[in-house]
Write a protein that binds this ligand. Sequence first.
Ligand SMILES: [Fe+2]
Length: 444
Amino acid sequence: MIQKDEQGHALSGADGEAAAAYAAAQRQFSCYVGDPVGTIDAAIARRPDFVMAHAMRAYLFLLGAEPAGFGPARESYAAARRAAADDRERGHLTAIRHFLDGNLAQAARTLEDVAIAHPTDLLALQAGQLTDFLIGDSRMLRDRIARALPAWRPGMPGYHAVLGMHAFGLEETGLYARAEATGKRALEIEPRDGWAKHAVAHVIEMQCRPADGIRFMNENLADWAEDSFFSVHNWWHLALYHLELGDIATVLALYDDPAKIKGGQSPVIFDMLDASAMLWRLMLRGVDVGDRWRPLADAWEPYARSGLFAFNDAHAVMAFAGAGRHDLVEAVLAAEEDAIRGAGDNARITAEVGRPIALGLAAFASGDHRAALDLLRPVRHISNRFGGSHAQRDIVDLTMIEAALRAGEQATAAALVAERADLRPASPFTRLLRDRVETLPAAA
Ligand SMILES: [Fe+2]
């Protein structure tokens, strides 16, 4: 008997028990809880020809932007290719092959085609949206999900995840009211949906409502914080609200907590990105972060020469520069030169935005604030191309503002702070920046 997933798609190679494990892994993945790799491994152990189980395992290793994930993903891809598959499943394998080859835009496009033919294919939607995120395709973050919505109904398994993904896409395209309502609807259906929680956290961040954010994250804290492989990032969002309010002690406590941001204590790339970004923001504010850069730089060191994801490279540069490891900053920059000459989307992304941003951050850290401004200014409005969210890429604007202030560029600093104040009129931090602009001497 042909087994099906919870949305009704055939699962080649599965038996009933393996299909049940697949459904459990999909639920874990769509909520970002538990151990979906362990769950899917059990399905594969039971049915080695279970194509979609191999595909899910490949996605789980690839979508975290971990250089070390490519090896296991390649094994899963090879195992899936040996098994009989239908058209939908072959579409997934084509997408995975494009990803393995570094052609992320092509992988995202292939997953569009899978989801156009099968709009209730939850894994195609989720893997597609996470790929959109890695290449900074804001519009597809939203429209990939929007075009599938007519095929979904409340009550269908995974409906919460579709709403949560739609909420994030709406947020990244500035549709904040709809994003918040949609994310909260997802959380009513599934309080453990860490991606839906995150989408609403982003709305609150972009609208600069830090007190609301602290309240929102502390409601049902266990639902998003316990047994979740996405919790570090949601703790990071909570810390951003405290940072906005100037509560540095709470930010540092969240950063150091081995159960929260795990600063410098986690070998997971997504966690290290958050740690780098938080220490860099603290450094920009003039906070003495003590010895915190050193263990974070140690965690990044194995990836200094990987040159696979420009977004990772920029955050590695923050840690290396912060720790005074100029040898490792140089290693990243050399690896980026190689990456630019290589194949795949990262060559273009690194050339267009990754390298100027890495150079700008390094210039800032070495005290050359005018050079930092000159390097960052041409690319900050296209920085979406190296992936991440608006909230993550805000670090480019924050670095430029601080560079202008420290370089004594009064008019430029005033302009940059004015545009920030326009978007975040109630921001206590923006008021501090305004005060600093006013103390700078105007240009003659
Ligand atoms: Fe985020």
